[in-house]
Design a protein around this ligand. Sequence first.
Ligand code: HEC
Length: 343
Amino acid sequence: MRPTGDWQPPLLALADSDIDEVRAAALLLAGAWDVDAGKARIYDAAGNSDESVLVRTAAFRALSLLEEGKGKDGLLELTGTQMSLALRIELLKSLSSVDVNTASLQAVDLLVGGTMTTDQQQSLLTALLSQSGGAESLNQGLNEAPLTKTQAQTVFSNLLATGQANQNLLSTLAGKMDVSTEPPEYSESLVKTLKKQAERTGDVNRGGTVFKAFACAACHRISGKGGTIGPDLTGLGTTLSGERIIEEVIWPNRQVKEGFTSLRVITQDGQVLQGFERKTKRSEAEGGLALLDPQTQDVIVLAQEDVDEVHKAASVMPEGLTNLLSPQQLNDLLAFLMKRQND
Ligand code: HEC
């Protein structure tokens, strides 16, 4: 995508602009186009504590874009320097595309440090999980990390909200909370018992609180509020029987709802994409793939030659969430779900 002609001098002049936005954009392009004469400026900006967060973030990203991972050593060196938390998160996001192992381990240190906001955790986790091998190295780091139960609970919720959580990661975090994510063995009589108990002793109002507190609302909307990763549950009680609701909540992989089949795709350049399978005119015509990114709701169309591997992933709805609930909380939650009517 590099332009032709003598564009380098004007680009370098823009990299010296007084306007932060212009400088940031020029540095990013200098990195993306691997401009030799721009490298000194990229390194300077990346390491200069007088630069704004915007410009330094662009410089980190530029380093990660240099050809053949040439910026990796520069990024690694920067991890040993002082900077604000917001900048360190940006640094690790850039590092994740050239050295996902180191980025994951350092991200885990920040998670244990425990001062990140919800948005910061989610954006860092998303960056790591979208790299090939990211989920594995994050899992290893979390496994060995001294996370408290409360910290594990927070990371667990944020991971769910990214829509890219895999069951291994969730199991590791649940383990830190001393809970297993193995669902009970399925049986019709267990479903019947749970339904009866929920009808008799479940409290719909308390169930609504459980729904919000246990990450359900991170993925599901009810009456216009909540996440968009999973199906809207507003009229659930009128579309699914009590038995089917219980089955969906405790054994989400028994029947995956149409339109929510999740694919994990590894591209030729090592990116991991996970999303719901969609068909578009272009994907149908060219034989490629279309994926709906559950977090952003964007549809990504991939040409066949860009796809290396395609795996059918487990339901995005995690298993074992209900193991985190007390029996009464489960009764309340199920009562709440069975009573959902259209507004
Ligand atoms: C990470 C996102 C996520 C979280 C968290 C999540 N779900 Fe889901 N849920 C989904 C997706 C995606 C589906 C559709 C795929 C499937 O059927 O397995 C689904 C399906 C369902 C269904 C079936 C809906 C239908 O119309 O068939 C119910 C009921 C449900 N979830 C309830 C819950 C409850 C209760 C919680 C909290 C304990 C929860 N979910 C947490 C993503 C999530």
